[in-house]
Write a protein of this length. Structure first.
Length: 512
């Protein structure tokens, strides 16, 4: 039997562990010395490795102190050589700790050129990453042995640690402009060949496509609204338009409803059957006919539903990668952002956690190069305001974190004036009965404005609006219409705005 040693696993609990499992920490002392020596003979070498190495990347404490002195000299734009490093260490009170001037001279004499410094620095960085992994795995292992910890919390923390490590150590090199311009020109050509100028995934809503050109790859789109505004109904209408009608694979992460509840609402949406009748089973002949006509197409749709409660950002990324790789998923929908967790880590505030979640969603959209649409709650500021304009949501109403607005490529608000008892606009031109405003308040790549849609509550369904006066209305602020880009470069000022003229210019098309 191999020799054992007693290992503390927290809270005074021990477990026997074979001694051969106790490894020497990953290190590359000679490489560390080579890097430091090269930094003292080539003033430009620091720029090549500064993004790879931190002070703690060095295993040997003396080398950490020498690198700290080199970092400070570069920050001061001072020369870096044997004399200046020795002098800086003396001023830091650490010269004797590193072994005096002799150790600095020894480092400098070890290399004749800095030609291999990037290779050496990468080895040092990799050893540091390995040590981090070992330390974190040890912490997680201790907690896994300790029965006072909830194992689900331990798993969440492990996911968070791996995500944090990958984010910190992910480096992306620069690209020259020429191939980027070629890629952009390819997109322009695709847009030119597409009917209606849609370069992304069609939303299925005519006026919304006019303003967005479809959902774009790598974009994070936030769809926000107060309760009862129809966020889930809008998400399901998009799922129906994309997965059912266009047969485009998409994933729907539902953190609020079960998969059966979601399927019931999708059936009501796609088959135009009252959701209450589906729930009670009291369907008449016409309901059964619509179900029979549409249900097979719904069942065949490439829509992948995940109902994981309290989904973490790390778990989402893992599942999303697999869905993209195995099923060719082209778009991800999340219902909704505030129900996600940031992998069990401790945060100073919920705002800090939500900031990490939104940042992670944007990172996932870029990594997978697909649109990510996330539903989001709004704070209660909307309820405190009065009047038709006061009830319309604003960017400042996004709940819990300003980072959501910052990270999003597009922010869309859903607003139903009818819910607040507002049945007619103040100018008497707009009848809000069974209507919803889809308000594009932020759009990095194009126009902002308001698209009017039908909202049919019993079917949990949004549809194209058949009123030509409602096409692509500019947004409002403080009760006044403000200008907005429409159809490319055309901009309407408040004085020029005419909904009838605008509808004619846009070329009105009726509902599907």
């Amino acid at each position: 039997m191999p020799e054992q040693r007693r290992t503390n696993h927290g809270n005074g609990k021990y477990r026997d562990m074979p001694l051969e499992l106790a490894h020497v920490q990953p290190q590359a002392i000679e490489m560390e010395k080579a890097v430091l020596g090269a930094l003292m003979i080539d003033r430009d070498a620091y720029m090549e490795v500064s993004n790879l190495l931190r002070i703690e990347s060095f295993y040997e404490p003396r080398n950490q102190m020498v690198y700290e002195a080199i970092v400070k000299l570069n920050a001061e734009e001072s020369p870096v050589d044997v004399l200046t490093v020795t002098d800086k260490l003396g001023k830091m009170g650490k010269l004797d700790d590193v072994g005096g001037p002799g150790y600095i001279a020894e480092l400098s004499s070890r290399v004749a050129t800095s030609a291999n410094i990037v290779y050496h620095a990468n080895v040092v960085a990799e050893k540091y990453l390995a040590r981090q992994m070992i330390r974190y795995v040890g912490t997680i292992g201790n907690k896994a042995f300790d029965e006072t910890y909830d194992i689900k919390d331990v798993v969440q923390e492990a996911e968070s640690i791996l995500f944090e490590l990958s984010q910190k150590n992910m480096k992306k090199d620069y690209s020259v402009l020429s191939p980027i311009v070629d890629k952009a020109m390819d997109l322009v050509k695709i847009a030119h060949s597409n009917k209606g100028g849609i370069t992304g995934i069609s939303t299925g809503f005519i006026q919304l496509d006019d303003m967005t050109c479809g959902w774009q790859n790598s974009d994070l789109v936030i769809i926000a609204g107060r309760p009862a505004m129809g966020k889930t109904a809008f998400a399901l209408s998009l799922a129906k338009n994309i997965a059912v009608d266009q047969n485009i694979p998409m994933a729907f992460f539902s953190l609020e409803m079960s998969d059966v509840q979601l399927a019931n609402r999708l059936m009501a949406n796609a088959c135009k059957v009252d959701s209450k009748k589906l729930l009670s089973g009291q369907l008449d002949r016409s309901d059964w006919l619509r179900l029979d006509k549409n249900i097979e197409k719904l069942k065949e749709a490439p829509l992948y539903i995940d109902e994981t409660e309290g989904l973490s950002v790390m778990e989402l990324r893992t599942k999303a990668r697999r869905l993209v790789k195995e099923h060719g998923v082209k778009l991800i929908m999340i219902d909704y952002l505030q129900l996600m967790t940031a992998s069990g880590m401790n945060y100073n505030s919920r705002q800090e956690e939500v900031s990490l979640i939104s940042r992670s969603l944007k990172g996932m959209a870029k990594e997978l190069n697909i649109p990510v649409l996330a539903l989001s709650q709004l704070n209660r500021g909307v309820e405190a305001r009065t009047g038709a304009e006061g009830k319309r949501p604003q960017l400042s109403d996004l709940r819990e974190s300003g980072a959501i607005e910052q990270d999003a490529d597009m922010v869309i608000f859903l607003h139903r004036p009818e819910y607040y008892g507002i049945m007619m606009s103040s100018d008497g031109l707009i009848d809000y009965h069974e209507k919803a405003e889809v308000i594009i308040s932020k759009h990095r790549k194009g126009a902002t404005g308001i698209v009017m849609m039908k909202f049919i509550g019993e079917f949990t369904r949004f549809e194209n609006d058949d009123d030509p006066t409602m096409a692509n209305r500019p947004p409002t602020e403080g009760g006044e219409i403000i200008g907005s880009k429409v159809n490319g470069d055309m901009i309407f000022s408040p004085e020029e705005y005419d909904p009838f003229k605008l509808a004619a210019i846009n070329g009105y098309r009726g509902s599907d």
